[in-house]
Design a binder for this molecule. Structure first.
Ligand SMILES: [Zn+2]
Length: 492
């Protein structure tokens, strides 16, 4: 049967305690590779043992069969709630279904627990079901940052961080190179995110650079072509990349939502083989869920996001799976996403998730050229290590430029006008903690403090979310002055 790791046991205890405390809807956060599905299966079995009914809702149909096979592997009786499915067994206590089934299915058993896989993708059918039935619900996610989650789920359980999983060897660390970037200056947005059409057109302009960079890096680090996933900007970009990689003698295959399911299944199956003929898989968004090929050693990020931190996190999670002989994975960033989301990623990496913040996914302010420049080694483009003047990849020693200071986890640009406003890290930390205290007193969520802090210092806080004992006059004055400015702007 299933043998859970310590933090998985701990997570299940936290969920149980949450329900005892009166919560009805909770999210279980675990990084990709943390074993969310095993934890969920344990919960399903525990519920069924008590003679109660539980269902697990998968985000896509293809994942229903995968999960059903997994249950079979463990010898767990279950049914699949799809009218035409060979495993239609409505009398079973454990049921697997897809979000689409919830929409269409006329028959649905009365449930005691529903588990929603990949709950950061909010489906109306699932939300409606949870609201209408009032059933105890657990959402599973490794990136619970999408808008609306905080309205559906009351709290989040997080008992393990990416950092801890890297330290215990369950995941491998990323070595990050900030390579030539797709230029998104002035690109159009659709619903706050850069349009796929624009990113595709702009992505194609640097296809040659992406191929050249990959050829160089795979030989430099592995002495041979290593298994790679490319997250491209759109279908045409994927096709262009496939052509250019193949012209250079490397078998890269592009798949997208336009290909039929059988073809995609065959390609992924071939790519999953240890001695696969396919070196690289080029994907238009679809690999971000339920895809598991742990021997991939290189990830290429070539789909710029301005707000979708979730997608960025999911993509990195694809290449961080551990595998025998894999000590690290290379992350070749052509999208600018790494630096754009660096603060949030470092916070998530070290501290996990503590609140469900409805407003977290907002378009990110673009880092300035100078911030981008100081974030990487000028010689090899390796992400510059914190608190250091020496590149940990190539050993390049950086000249101390007097107007640029780098600190752990944050980039600070100190020049011209902002030079006068130079704050110590103690000051900034206590400022953040006092904002948290104010937010708590006012009943705001911690995201409010997060954005107020950004308004003030132009960077996101990297401090722990520990609120101060009291709010000083200085912070109070700042909040009041901001409120006045805001009110003026609204009147204007
Ligand atoms: Zn370097």
């Amino acid at each position: 049967m299933l043998c859970l790791r310590d933090y998985q046991d701990k997570s299940l205890l936290s969920l149980r305690q949450g329900f005892i405390d009166g919560y009805k809807t909770l999210i279980l956060y675990m990084p990709t590779g943390g074993g969310k599905t095993e934890s969920a299966i344990t919960l399903l079995v525990a519920t069924a043992k008590k003679g109660k009914k539980a269902a697990m809702v998968m985000d896509r149909r293809i994942l229903v069969d995968q999960t059903s096979q997994r249950l079979d592997k463990y010898g767990i009786d279950h049914g699949v709630l799809m009218a035409d499915h060979w495993r239609w067994r409505p009398q079973e206590d454990i049921q697997i279904c897809s979000a689409q089934t919830l929409e269409k299915c006329e028959y649905f058993p009365k449930l005691d627990l529903i588990i929603v896989d990949e709950c950061h993708t909010v489906r109306k059918s699932v939300s409606d079901f949870i609201k209408n039935t009032g059933v105890r619900s657990i959402g599973l996610s490794s990136s619970p940052f999408t808008k609306g989650l905080g309205k559906l789920y009351e709290d989040v359980v997080c008992d393990v961080t990416t950092n801890e999983l890297v330290n215990d060897g369950s995941l491998v660390p990323l070595r990050i190179f900030c390579a030539k970037e797709i230029d998104m200056t002035g690109a159009k947005k659709v619903a706050g995110e850069w349009s796929q059409k624009e990113s595709t057109e702009r992505g194609i302009k640097i296809t040659g650079d992406i191929v050249t960079e990959w050829v160089k890096k795979t030989h430099e680090f592995f002495d041979k072509p290593e298994k790679t996933i490319v997250f491209c900007a759109g279908v045409a970009h994927g096709e262009d990349l496939q052509k250019r990689f193949q012209e250079s003698g490397y078998n890269f295959v592009s798949i997208s939502y336009r290909d039929d399911n059988q073809y995609k299944k065959d390609v992924i199956e071939e790519f999953s083989k240890p001695d696969s003929d396919i070196v690289g898989l080029i994907a238009t968004d679809i690999l971000t869920k339920g895809f598991d090929v742990p021997d991939v050693k290189i990830g290429i990020s070539a789909r710029p996001f301005t707000k979708s931190f979730s997608s960025h996190v999911q993509q990195m999670g694809r290449v961080m799976r551990s595998f025998p002989g894999k000590d690290f994975a290379l992350w070749l960033d052509h999208s600018g996403n790494y630096i754009r989301f660096q603060d949030e990623w470092e916070e998530l990496y070290s501290n996990g998730v503590s609140t469900l913040d409805d407003g977290k996914e907002k378009p990110k302010p673009e880092p300035s050229d100078k911030e981008k420049e100081v974030a990487k080694c000028p010689k090899c483009q390796f992400l510059w290590p914190p608190k250091s003047d020496i590149c940990s990849n190539c050993g390049h020693v950086r000249e101390r430029k007097n107007d640029v200071i780098i600190k752990a986890g944050e980039l600070e640009e100190i020049n011209g006008a902002s030079k006068k406003e130079k704050y110590s890290s103690e000051f900034k930390e206590s400022f953040y903690r006092e904002l948290l205290k104010y937010a708590d007193d006012m009943g705001y969520n911690s995201g409010w403090a997060y954005y107020k802090y950004h308004d003030k210092f132009k960077i996101y806080p990297s401090w722990k979310k520990e609120k101060a004992e009291y709010v000083s006059q200085e912070v109070m004055n700042y909040i009041i002055s901001q409120n006045i400015r805001y009110a003026k702007r609204r009147r204007a």
